[in-house]
Design a protein. Sequence first.
Lengths: 306, 407
Amino acid sequence: MSPSSGRSSRRDFLKTALAAGAAGLAPRPASAAPKPALSPDRMGVLVDTTVCIGCRNCEWACKTAHALPTEPLKSYEDKSVFEKFRRPDDKALTVVNRFDAPKDAGTPHRWAKIQCMHCDRPACVSACIVGALSKSEDGSVLWSTRRCIGCRYCMVACPFQVPAFEYHKALEPSIRKCDFCHDRRRSGGLPACVESCPVEALTYGPREELIRVARARTKRYPQRYASHIYGESEVGGTSWLYLAGGDFADLRLPRLGPDPAPGVSESIQHGIFAYFIPPASLYGLLGLLMWISKNRPERGPHGPGE
Amino acid sequence: MRPAPVQGKFLTPGVIALILLAANGLAVLAWRLLFGLGAVTNLTNEYPWGIWIGIDVAGGVALAAGGFTTAALGHVMHRERYHAVIRPALLTAMLGYTFVAIGVAVDVGRPYSMWHPLVMWNGNSALFEVGMCVMCYLHVLYIEFLPVVAERFIGRVDLPGLLAPLNAPVDRLLRALDRGLAKTMFVFIIAGVVLSTLHQSSLGTLMVIAGPKMHPLWQTPILPLLFLLSAISVGFPMVIVESMLASRSFGLKPEMDALSDLGRMAAPLLGIWLAFKLGDMFVRETFVHLAKLDKASLFFMAEVLIGIVVPLRMFLSPAVLESPPLLLAASALVVLGVALNRVNNFIVAYTPPFAAGSYVPSLGEVSVTVGFICLLALIYRAMVMIFPVISLPDRSLPVPARYRVRG
């Protein structure tokens, strides 16, 4: 990351970039561990839930792109799946749910696709015991099978409850979640879901750009959109962003604050260690105590000695 | 008084029951290893951690705190009169942590990758810190136990059959270890205390990252401090429980002198924990959740009343400290309370945003947890019969008949 890009005017970005310990800009605070710098060009997807028609082509495209077993595309016209609220799991990395639309929307339903949000400050990356999860420069949060031990701490940490585990495998069970089509994108392609969307409810582009686009839409059509862009500030910002016609809670997107998802856990962690000074001091203190009390006659509740 | 191997029969009806339960647990465990976690547990994508983490790991680490608290008291502060309880506490901690490690190994999806954290580091992860500390501490505990092994076998190494020529070298090795450790043991004892304070607290940091997924009654930035204080509080009561159970099982007289004094120290320690717990509740104004009388508030109140308030009052009474059954009862309440606290923190407090149901452990999960506890008790019994762990009155040592199991 070049120093000039770090001086970008956008406050949110600067905040996250600094929090991520943008190396080279300034001496790092003592407690911050080195982290991969967030690229200002990282990509994202804008999900416009007022445009989505619930065709579920994205679900099919995702399964096909990730070699997951799937029924033929034709079967996705069956709308009965919407009767149950679904979550992504190890067999479907993204799912579309149907919700009741706000009263004056002119349509009875809204649909919302969910998948990994690809946080800018991911809790899973902070939590993973072996660093099997990483935030890559292009925005995706990736999981590495070479490192994973299957402890599922990432699932405990994720504020969106996204990572899924292959509970029925005895050997090499994996953590499954959306990988933002990292491989497809690296070879110049689009994420499979974005490519398959027939109504362009999904827009792929640089995250900064998407926020500009989203804000323009909400300004231009204030009746159509809620002014908030979900994911712009939630848990320190996410690569996937959402627009809605009403309250985001109606789409069952969790209400989350602007603090990065790892919260205070990293500060506590680095506070306890702080270059091993506190443990070393405790060691010294106990040693001193041991040495002092060594030759002292014992005084218990029953008087000295035994 | 000096430690000696306890004499007597290993098998009793109670021991046979333990063996059956342990075998049942191991059978279920084999099933899990062959067919995956899903075949045995009720774990889901909503509830990724169950009682194997909540009880076997978190509870196990907390209840093994007797090891470092008695080491601090007896070795660091040189309170010689507590030496009789140090070895039993050390053995409990050593076996406890061994089973914590085994518990983690069977809970992770890829047990054969357990070595990864050794070479793949993530300094931001509380779990990484817990893992590394527990691993180091486990080694320290084994080193601390080596002198006991040396004491038992020096001059008595008698390997069977083909290994017999190794008798002399093994004896020399034991003597060398014993001599070396006698001079350097203080290094390991202090390291054990430091490592314990580190990972006991980091175990609390673990759930901080779950943020809003954890019920506000438990979710607090001072979780590491509360975990450390509760571990220190449960250390002595756990030693009392285990010492009383062992003497009962072997038909010995409980060490009331030392145990009453340990009980006397429990009250102030519990008081400090309670003060921070309630203080945190008032600072964060989470007491409003108590009025709801739902599952979370009931479990929280149970934890505070049964685990802290009632035993705290009991430990303040001289009558309780002098009476073996009452002292055992008060200590057992603390042990149960801290175990409940760990279950609450890791399971009851965990409320995922999209939960279709709630987590109840499966029969298989319970079988494995119970099996591990039984196996631990069996190994403990075998170890105190082989090694000089439990202190016996000097004069009666050569008369094994006196220590036969009653009934």
